[in-house]
Design a protein around this ligand. Structure first.
Ligand code: SF4
Length: 341
């Protein structure tokens, strides 16, 4: 353990990336970076972190923003529930904690959207407390180095990896240890074709020795992808603005704006409905983690699609209204055909 710990820390000194959240002990900035980086690559998340920290340098400023402002800044990052949780948690910190983040692992776990990984990250990076982080990078390094074949997303597997990560943790310097092992997984022990010949721990690595690098870590197969069939109605008014409504709770894209929508249970029903309609842009396909959406956009005069909460917007008006990426892709490709200016 000691040898591995030291080797990774030495590697970190000369290989780590210079990232802004590594220069702070402010739990707010660290929490912000962690929420942004969940399921997001560093290169993609970095500009979002800079935007958020610039607009809301302190948690109370984020708490006071409207949900729409926050989702506008979040737009393009996907997984909008994280954006909403970010805002709710900031409000929770302000109202329940007097703008001060909890400074213990258990206390951090009470925050909305903060699971074991994020709590360990904040507890160690901000407060130097001895909690080992366990993200995809750490799972990979541990699984390959120690030859753990238990699936990383099984209950038994999680327990094994948690114990291993905690045992490996440098309790004297948990912040740097955690940064180092995550960075090692991200840059050296990469998911596909890592450069093992340049690895400082290859002589003691199980996966390298046993030729198992491509087979570890093991992951249980994901749930089946659900298919959904959307027809969006492009309904314009005399000012050549289009109708939008806000999506409700308990489904994808909560709180985002989209055109009036008819959803079909299967493809054949949708195809029957589309016959004779004026379709703009053909078929759009949009992939989410567990859903595959097939969408069409039709010119429509069906006023029955409008509700009391429908609003009409032009492209400029959309800037204050967060929209899903699917709608964004459609407008980028075909918006000019629909708007005059
Ligand atoms: S030798 Fe290869 S598989 Fe083993 S830790 Fe290094 S990079 Fe990862």
């Amino acid at each position: 353990m000691q040898e591995l710990r030291e080797a990774i820390q030495i590697w970190y000194q000369s290989h780590h990336r210079d990232l802004p959240w590594r220069h702070t002990k402010d739990p707010y900035a660290i929490w912000l970076s962690e929420i942004i980086l969940q399921q997001t690559r560093v290169e993609q998340g970095l500009p979002y972190y800079l935007k958020f920290i610039h607009n809301y340098p302190q948690v109370q400023q984020l708490a006071m923003a409207s949900q729409q402002e926050v989702l506008n800044l979040w737009q393009g990052l996907g997984y909008y529930s994280r954006g909403r949780n970010l805002h709710t948690t900031a409000q929770q910190i302000t109202t329940d904690y007097g703008n001060i983040f909890p400074n213990t692992y258990q206390g951090l776990l009470q925050l909305k959207g903060v699971g074991p990984y994020t709590a360990a990250a904040i507890a160690s990076f901000a407060f130097n407390q001895p909690h080992a982080v366990l993200d995809g990078n750490v799972f990979r390094v541990l699984s390959r180095y120690f030859g753990v074949e238990e699936p990383i997303n099984s209950t038994v597997g999680k327990d094994i990896f948690e114990a291993l990560a905690q045992e490996l943790l440098d309790t004297k310097n948990p912040a740097q240890h955690n940064q180092a092992i995550m960075e090692f997984g991200a840059l050296q022990c990469k998911p596909v074709s890592p450069d093992c010949s340049a690895c400082p721990i290859l002589t003691t690595c199980y996966a390298y020795r046993e030729n198992q690098v491509a087979n570890l870590p093991v992951k249980l197969k994901k749930a089946k992808v659900k298919k959904r069939y959307f027809v969006y109605h492009l309904i314009s008014n005399a000012q050549q603005q289009l109708a939008y409504h806000r999506r409700g709770a308990k489904d994808i894209w909560e709180g985002l704006f989209e055109f009036p929508l008819t959803e079909f249970a299967d493809e054949s029903q949708m195809k029957i409905y589309l016959s004779g309609q004026k379709i703009i842009g053909g078929r759009f396909e949009h992939l989410l983690t567990h859903q595959r959406i097939e969408a069409y956009f039709i010119i429509s005069s069906e006023r029955s699609q409008l509700t009391s909460s429908s609003i009409f917007l032009d492209l400029a008006g959309l800037e204050d209204h967060p929209i899903p990426r699917l709608i964004d892709k459609f407008l980028i490709a075909h918006g000019h055909e629909l708007f005059s200016g």
